[in-house]
Design a protein around this ligand. Structure first.
Ligand code: BG6
Length: 494
């Protein structure tokens, strides 16, 4: 479909997110012919740049971080759409300037031009920007103006509610796009196709056949240079409240009636509402937090969390979190969902593992089941993009011996083209006005509500023996114990 002319305003246009993700994503969309025929990108920031200076400043980054790399002639054309407007939020002049820059393109592009404001700045700037947009009447047309908000959406339930209510005085929900970039990942989007476009999984997708589910997002990297932000966040806020709970929603949701944003978001929020609230006892027994100490990664010594830049040497911020969740509804009663995430772990891998129950009666006995393993479905989100079904098969030979084999759907083997980056998908959806892959206000609040008791309890009990896992390990021993108690272990790809 023909897209409306679009003016894309990026607050934080000189920042890291723009360099690494937003500008490269817009550039790729442009190269592949998805951008509207008429569009302008206005970057803003505190530094002074001319348009040309800004274009030059972005060039290396965009070409390094985009999937397609540099295509000289395309870069030049894309570069011509980049503009710059210096901002200082204390100066009223800032929004005057921005407004006249926007109006210039509105005039040029004519009727139906839409303006998208992307807030890629620290959350403390959200209110002043949102309020100024209102004051300068930049958001009045509901159909043609949108705001995209990066995480973190709130620091806790209360601040998330405050932000939602502030935004709702300026925008309608239809105009607000809250980003959770996990939802833009190709493999994550495929979860719905896989579950609801096939007849063979959904009938088994419940407590009768599923034993438990694991959602694991492990990272080899440490906090890098983000200590300043991470100190006030920790793994629960940084990953579980948003990304992992979104994955839990996709695995746990009921079938939507149609592929429609409201419908899908309703089904997802229902999952969050059905999650059993954590009691003090649950927190004690069913949650684990950890923090990495120094260690060796591929022959190189790496710092412990407390030694990282901008981190308190006595910090109690967790860099690892694991918890056992329950969903109290008909489908999932009695099926535990184990979630874990952490930094400086042994592998970078995002996996959803569906562990099926054992067969009701085992006819193969003794040595025949030597390598006995139950059925598993493993959805690998990244870096490997695949879905594996583990089943038992007879090992060739004269004896009846079974062993597990994998049936694999591997993106690399199946599709020639690269998958788009999450931000490409999400930015294009925002341009097209499709909110399916964005978080609705009530969803964000429901997710905060779930993690608040854990956050509060962890914050009130400071006497913990951090650090409690080595860089390059699988996290604290207690995380193994959490799942081992129920007779399982964390599943990792070989
Ligand atoms: C971000 C977190 O939201 O997600 C980071 O703030 C984390 O700490 C990142 O590293 C992980 O994203 P991805 O796409 O690399 O899995």
């Amino acid at each position: 479909a023909k897209l409306n002319p679009t003016i894309f305003v990026i607050f934080g246009g000189t920042g890291d997110l723009n360099k690494r993700k937003l500008a490269p994503a817009l550039y790729n969309l442009f190269i592949e012919g998805y951008m509207p025929d008429q569009f302008a990108i206005i970057g803003t920031g505190r530094t002074e740049y001319t348009d040309q200076g800004y274009k030059d400043a972005l060039e290396d980054a965009v070409c390094a971080f985009s999937r397609t790399g540099k295509v000289k002639e395309k870069w030049d054309r894309f570069g011509n759409t980049l503009h710059y407007c210096a901002t200082d939020f204390d100066q009223p002049q800032t929004f005057e300037n921005l407004k006249s820059c926007i109006e210039k393109y509105q005039k040029e592009y004519g009727e139906g031009t839409q303006v998208i404001f992307y807030l890629a700045v620290a959350p403390s700037f959200f209110p002043v920007i949102a309020e100024s947009l209102k004051k300068y009447k930049l958001t009045e047309n509901e159909d043609n103006s949108r705001i995209i908000i990066e995480k973190p959406f709130g620091y806790d339930l209360e601040t998330a509610k405050d932000l939602n209510s502030l935004l709702s005085t300026i925008f309608t929900e239809k105009q607000i796009y809250r980003i959770d970039h996990y939802l833009g990942k190709e493999t994550v989007q495929n979860m719905m196709a896989f579950r609801f476009a096939n007849a063979m999984f959904e009938p088994l997708w419940n407590r009768q056949y599923i034993d438990h589910i694991q959602i694991s997002v492990t990272e080899q990297l440490g906090v890098q240079d983000r200590g300043g932000y991470y100190e006030g966040a920790g793994a629960l806020r940084d990953m579980i409240q948003n990304h992992l709970l979104q994955l839990l929603c996709l695995v746990g949701m009921e079938a939507p009636i149609s592929f429609d944003a409201t419908e899908i978001r309703n089904r997802k929020v229902e999952v969050l509402k059905a999650v059993r609230p954590f009691s003090q006892e649950d927190i004690r027994f069913n949650t684990v937090r950890g923090q990495y100490s120094k260690g060796w990664v591929e022959g190189q010594e790496v710092l412990g969390y407390r030694q990282e830049k901008n981190v308190d040497p006595e910090s109690n911020t967790e860099t690892f979190a694991a918890a056992k969740f329950h969903i109290d509804n008909w489908r999932w009663q009695g099926v535990p969902f184990y979630l874990r995430t952490g930094k400086r772990l042994n592998q970078t891998s995002s996996l959803i593992t569906i562990q099926f129950k054992d067969v009701p009666h085992q006819i193969f006995s003794g040595s025949a089941t030597e390598n006995w393993q139950q059925n598993r479905l493993i959805i690998s989100i990244q870096p490997e993009m695949s879905i594996r079904m583990q089943v038992l098969a007879k090992r060739p030979g004269l004896n009846m011996v079974l062993n597990p084999v994998d049936m694999i759907f591997d993106y690399k083997g199946t599709y020639k083209n690269d998958s788009p980056e999450a931000y490409e998908t999400l930015l294009l959806d925002a341009i097209m006005g499709d909110q399916t892959l964005f978080m609705r206000g009530d969803q964000v609040e429901a997710a905060w509500e779930l993690v608040m008791p854990i956050l509060n309890s962890w914050e009130s009990k400071k006497s913990i023996n951090f650090p409690n896992y080595h860089a390059d390990s699988w996290g604290p021993e207690k995380a193994e114990a959490l799942i081992a108690r129920d007779g399982f272990h964390w599943f990792n790809l070989p």
